[in-house]
Design a protein. Structure first.
Length: 361
């Protein structure tokens, strides 16, 4: 297929070279994020006296056995020059970039002032990274959900001054799920600015079911899908889409296969438990299929056609997950565009048009 613009709706950076002594105010520099070598032989983030990625159960990542069969080594996550080369290798025209290391920890920091400062510093670093080629490298804001009013202010800075196209949130933070009224000012600001709120999950931090397992395979397989299922349930059942009718929400990093099942289950519960969710005015599936909600899919997801038929092909965006362990780099684009069961019109939506509408790019 020729002349197809490719938008990666979920790529990643890693703030490995961030100078936190410059990015943080003087009063907080002694608490700056740092990378340390741990007993497991790996390098981890040290922040607020804790090691991240956070162990789950006995410890996701505890021990010396490799977690993945294919270790990822690329400088493109912190070097934008190499990133553009990697994008050219893949055939990606525009990459929308989420954080990695700090994003795992930020929603769960206990010092709110530190959380706000780290978010501000990270966004400044990401802007510097993106400035190498701002037409192709698009930033996603990181905010401190612990302080919703400050999060709204930081989001406004990121959109109006730094040119970011979205904001990332965890499924819960500071004891709040995504439907908590304290978050209303933040959602109002995102709606006002016209940028999507992207519920982006990850293992290695507090997440659904993680504490039950000491095996990273179990943790990674469960937490991503479970957190997104909880997230969409809170957004829909908590009336967020009713209260903010122009707000856009995206659920990323968990594939798409869970969506039809969860739609059907939530609809079934709504039939006999609707009094428990008075802020939800129609069936959950109506919201989940609406113009307010998007989902990413995995490049090699075999059930994609069924999911698109069930939910709607306008609702899904391509995500490379560059360059995490489960990314197909450098073959993510090819693994979608060479599929025989997708039409040219479907490919154009999945690889470009849907993400262009989501991010206004």
């Amino acid at each position: 297929m020729t002349n197809l613009r490719i938008i990666d709706a979920d790529g990643h950076v890693q703030e490995r070279d961030a100078n936190w002594q410059e990015l943080l105010p003087a009063s907080l520099r002694k608490h700056a994020p740092s990378m340390v070598q741990c007993a497991d032989g790996r390098t981890h983030l040290l922040l607020e006296g804790k090691i991240w990625a956070k162990p789950s159960g006995k410890g996701c990542g505890i021990g010396t056995a490799p977690i993945t069969r294919k270790p990822r080594t690329t400088t493109g996550m912190w070097d934008p020059v190499q990133r553009i080369k990697d994008m050219d290798m893949e055939g990606i025209d525009t990459a929308v970039n989420f954080g990695t290391t700090v994003f795992l920890s930020l929603p769960f920091l206990e010092n709110n002032d530190l959380a706000c400062a780290v978010a501000h510093g990270y966004n400044t670093w990401l802007h510097q990274y993106s400035q190498h080629n701002p037409k192709r490298l698009k930033g996603v804001a990181l905010v401190a959900q612990q302080e919703p009013l400050e999060a709204a202010k930081e989001l406004e800075r990121c959109v109006k001054e730094l040119g970011f196209v979205a904001v990332a949130v965890a499924g819960h933070s500071a004891g709040r799920n995504l439907d908590h009224p304290d978050l209303y000012p933040f959602y109002a600001k995102a709606q006002e600015l016209g940028v999507p709120v992207c519920c982006h999950v990850g293992s290695g931090r507090p997440a659904a079911a993680a504490e039950r397992f000491d095996n990273p395979y179990f943790v990674h397989a469960t937490t991503h899908a479970f957190e997104q299922m909880i997230g969409v349930m809170c957004i829909v059942g908590g009336g967020i889409l009713e209260k903010f009718p122009k707000l856009k929400i995206a659920f990323l990093e968990a594939g798409a296969g869970w969506v039809p099942y969860w739609m059907e289950r939530l609809d079934e519960h709504y039939e006999y438990m609707s009094p428990a969710v008075p802020l939800m005015k129609k069936e959950p599936s109506e919201y989940m299929k609406s113009e307010q909600v998007w989902y990413s899919f995995e490049p090699d997801e075999h059930t994609l056609n069924f999911v698109m038929d069930y939910v709607g092909e306008d609702r899904f965006v391509f995500a490379s997950d560059y360059n995490h362990g489960d990314s197909k780099f450098p073959n993510t684009v090819k693994s979608v565009t060479e599929r025989k069961n997708l039409t040219e019109a479907q490919l154009r939506k999945l690889m470009c048009d849907n993400a262009a509408r989501l991010y206004n790019i």
